[in-house]
Design a protein around this ligand. Structure first.
Ligand SMILES: Cc1ncc(C[n+]2csc(CCOP(=O)(O)OP(=O)(O)O)c2C)c(N)n1
Length: 603
């Protein structure tokens, strides 16, 4: 049995421990500063007498958590205090819970591990909800620890009290409120398991304030073992036969491929079966873009990959739920096309389109099993189909040279492709500017793109900061519009405080451009609620301790980008763009004249 407690003298924490373990009795004199030693003893002994906060942090350590994102609150002081004694977990302090939760979500996307954030009760939880919604629609494993009123105050509409089961009920995979410190030892590992298993998603763990400080004797287990769902061999045989017998088969890959670490397997699968490959909306890095089988990305209406999928007779979908954006408002697949679907989550199969074949399995295991049944050679007609589709992608993913009254987005994209290192990571916010980032950049490296498939603004900067934390040696470029910029711009202070050197590009057209586009198409010329007057973003960045650059003409962009990458600080480039080119495929004049093919929905 180990007993440990601490007290503070002159702001310093002092540990006292009396321990009896296999090594015999250990006693420290009262007042001895033993810090780590005492904690090590506490960690090794089982069962141990720990506070709820300590139980929670012990569980985080066992999950291998390295970063947590938070805005502090008095409702979870017990958890913060336990983090004080866990130097292996870096606590990133954010300025708004939306930023904290987006960062945790982005960190999960950038690493494939579970993102973790801590927010206070009531207002903290409601601010964080944007990140929970994002993790839910983007299938991102996330655990959000939320402060809660003490047990005795529940049900009294106590200060900032919220029933989280109701509030997060339709947003999260699981919402739980452990009743005691001992229960935390059971709930926390399970929360991680639920977040990452099947179709990953967000889990909310509500932390009654007094549970975090009550002490309990607990036995701590480890992280749950990871199960992998193997495919049914018969169905795999059918999959291989159906593809082999097809005329123009094509493949759509999504987040399931990334989460399963199936990058190499999917490349071999596409090559062996002779399949052009489309990536789903905002999952461009699920397949190397320079590979000869790549056919482009889907999303937001027409795209080069849209043509490819529509021309296919058999469509294989691996690890993607065929969302509204990926399928152009559910118009992508037509009757007569055969859909063969592989997904880890039975519920994602057939959700929007009825499949002819379904395999519930881990993407990597399914692809590897199918590879064992690959044909000896790809027929030449199939090779020609793949080649033609890749050519189509190359043509439509090479930026043109459209006129611009300020900075040309086409030129920006050429410069980004030319200047950024091959393993750079780009992130996007919601907004029409992202159409260029999706279509004209070559995502060849693994984990080289992060975007909110949910289409929520404010994502670009926090996710870039998270990506840089996860991959400190890679260049990370966050992108956003001038509207999205001010939703989370305060997180630039977080980047400055923690020395996280990201570059943020703000595409500044003086408008909530996406909504203006919808207005111009549906109510031509009747602009309302979409003009915005902006601050000097570069000056704001400098005021926060970052570097700031202003670009008003195309030729100024490349030098500014090089300077920002080299400046040794977080940096913002305020890029003035031409509102007339309202989207990657439409001008305002075209829209007013009813000539545009711009999608109905482009978040
Ligand atoms: C949090 C949130 N609020 C509102 C919207 C609706 N919305 C989608 S795009 C957009 C405008 C984006 O403007 P901006 O960031 O300037 O980018 P642009 O479209 O001009 O490129 C708005 C308001 C949203 N998707 N997310």
């Amino acid at each position: 049995m180990v007993r440990g407690w601490w007290f503070v003298v002159n702001g310093e924490k002092h540990w006292r421990v009396s321990a009896l373990n296999e090594a015999g009795a250990v006693n420290h004199e009262p007042g001895t500063v033993v810090g780590e030693t005492a904690m090590t003893l506490l960690e090794k002994a089982a069962p141990a007498m720990l506070s709820g906060g300590q139980v929670l942090v012990e569980c985080l350590k066992r999950e291998g958590v390295q970063h947590v994102f938070c805005v502090p609150g008095e409702s979870y002081l017990g958890a913060l205090d336990a983090l004080y004694d866990a130097p292996q977990i870096r606590v990133i302090v954010n300025r708004q819970e939306g930023g904290a939760c987006y960062m945790a979500e982005g960190y999960a996307k950038a690493t494939g591990s579970v993102g973790v954030c801590f927010v206070t009760r009531g207002p903290g939880a409601t601010n964080a909800s944007i990140g929970v919604h994002c993790a839910d629609q983007d299938s991102t494993p996330l655990v959000v620890f939320v402060g809660q009123v003490p047990r005795a105050n529940r049900g009294r509409e106590a200060l900032q009290e919220i029933d989280y089961r109701q509030f997060f009920g339709s947003l999260a995979k699981w919402v739980t409120e452990p009743e005691s410190a001992a229960k935390l030892a059971e709930v926390v590992p399970r929360a991680f398991h639920v977040a990452r298993s099947g179709r990953p998603g967000p889990v909310i763990v509500s932390l009654p304030e007094d549970v975090l400080v009550e002490r309990a004797e607990v036995s701590l287990g480890g992280s749950y073992p990871r199960g992998r769902a193997h495919p049914d061999p018969e169905r795999v045989g059918e999959l291989a036969a159906r593809i082999a017998g097809a005329g123009r088969p094509a493949l759509i890959v999504g987040a399931g491929v990334k989460m399963a670490g199936a990058r190499e397997a999917v490349v071999r699968f596409a090559e062996a079966f002779g399949l052009p490959v489309a990536t789903s909306f905002r999952r461009m890095d699920a397949f190397p873009n320079s590979h000869p089988n790549y056919a482009g990305t889907l999303g937001g209406g027409w795209s080069p990959a849209f043509d490819t999928i529509q021309a296919a007779d058999v469509v294989v979908v691996v690890g993607d739920r065929l969302s509204e954006n990926t399928t152009a408002d559910y118009h992508l697949l037509k009757p007569g096309q055969a859909l063969l679907q592989v997904d880890i989550e039975p519920e994602s199969i057939g959700r929007n389109f009825a499949p002819q074949l379904a395999i519930v399995a881990d993407a990597k295991l399914a692809l590897e099993a199918a590879l064992e049944r690959a044909p000896k050679a790809v027929p030449s007609a199939r090779e020609a189909w793949v080649k033609e589709r890749h050519q189509h992608y190359l043509q439509s993913s090479t930026p043109g040279d459209r006129p611009s009254r300020s900075t040309s987005m086409d030129r920006v994209m050429r410069d980004l492709n030319a200047i950024l290192p091959k393993d750079a990571i780009l992130t996007v916010d919601a907004g029409n500017f992202s159409g260029w980032i999706h279509r004209y950049y070559r995502y060849d490296a693994e984990h080289s793109f992060l975007g909110p498939t949910v289409g929520s603004m404010g994502y670009g900067l926090p996710s870039a900061i998270a990506a840089k934390l996860a991959h400190p040696h890679r260049a990370v470029i966050g992108t956003c519009g001038d509207g999205g910029a001010l939703m989370t711009f305060q997180e630039l202070c977080t980047a400055v405080q923690f020395g996280i050197h990201v570059v943020l590009l703000v595409f500044n057209n003086g408008s909530f451009g996406t909504i203006r586009m919808h207005q111009e198409r549906d109510f031509p010329g009747r602009t309302i609620g979409t003009d915005i007057r902006n601050p000097d973003f570069a000056a704001m960045a400098r005021a926060m301790g970052a570097e700031g650059y202003t670009v008003k003409r195309s030729e100024e962009f490349a030098p500014a980008l090089r300077a920002a990458l080299a400046c040794g600080k977080p940096a913002v480039i305020d890029v003035t763009t031409d509102l007339e080119q309202i989207s990657v495929s439409a001008t305002i004049s075209d829209l007013r004249a009813g000539k545009s093919t711009s999608s109905r929905r482009r978040p």
